[in-house]
Design a protein around this ligand. Sequence first.
Ligand SMILES: NC(=O)c1ccc[n+]([C@@H]2O[C@H](COP(=O)([O-])OP(=O)(O)OC[C@H]3O[C@@H](n4cnc5c(N)ncnc54)[C@H](OP(=O)(O)O)[C@@H]3O)[C@@H](O)[C@H]2O)c1
Length: 300
Amino acid sequence: MKKRIYIAGCGGMLGEAFYKQFNEEYDLKCSDKDVNEDWLSFLDFREREAYIKDVENFKPDYLFHIGAYTDLEFCEENKEDTYRTNTLSVENAVYIANKLNIPLLYISTAGIFDGKQDLYDDWDTPNPLGVYARSKYMGERFVCENANRFVICRAGWMMGAGPKKDKKFIQKLMKQLKEGKKELFIVNDKDGTPTYTHDFALTVKELIQKEYWGLYNCVCGGETSRLEVAKELVKILGKENEIKITSVSSDHFKDVYYAERPPSERLITRKLDLRGVNKMQDWKIALKTYIDRYYSGYVD
Ligand SMILES: NC(=O)c1ccc[n+]([C@@H]2O[C@H](COP(=O)([O-])OP(=O)(O)OC[C@H]3O[C@@H](n4cnc5c(N)ncnc54)[C@H](OP(=O)(O)O)[C@@H]3O)[C@@H](O)[C@H]2O)c1
């Protein structure tokens, strides 16, 4: 008998990898408020009673609560909705998991740190700067303090799902290249760690199968920055002689990306490494794997 997993908020970048990595070995029920695949059904996890009912009916062995609002500027503009979506819905998930006596997976973010340190391990103390980061950190704390059994994985700069669903840095650059831009303006004051969705899902699988409950930093290997990631992307595409990368400070984008972001959100995967369950590749390898798998023929 296959074990059953209910995955809430599964219609986004990360959900795509979770569906692909878990679908064969497990019986899945995947929901989202944006039903954009035939393997998704509708659930708005802010609706507590509907959430309880949908999960209870499926009788899962695990509850994965992975959806959230992920646009930092939207979160700044819509505080109440953000706390309802990113924090209170996590409280709903904890209630359900405890009621059914099953483990809960919650996804947190490297963005909960303030960037005063260069690197953060699993035990460093968060100090979220903006609404998105605070809403995610409060979800994390609620899970830690209240869930009977849980895995929390903190992701960094997510890359996954390709042009259809990737809303983040890599797709923003790829879109400009597809439009024929010959110059990319990239910030030179933001450090972090990419996180390939498939490696992330595989690491989660290891953790739940080994029952290593707890909180884990879960990002690709290596230390990097937005500027270095952009340079590597252009190199992977073989366009170093065609595309000019112009280094700018974050001020250059202050009207578009006005939510506060830490200067460093680099995570160290200390706990995954100590437990010997780290499936995260080095970020350069993961970036190449991602581009080869999802962007073949996307730009000329
Ligand atoms: N993207 C990153 O760089 C990043 C980094 C660190 C951590 N994370 C965390 O990783 C998780 C997955 O993020 P992602 O990158 O896959 O984001 P995503 O692509 O934006 O997907 C999130 C999904 O959740 C859905 N959702 C939002 N509110 C919902 C609700 N009330 N009920 C049901 N579904 C809802 C979204 O639907 P709509 O599109 O309709 O809102 C979307 O389909 C999130 O918890 C996020 O905070 C992301």
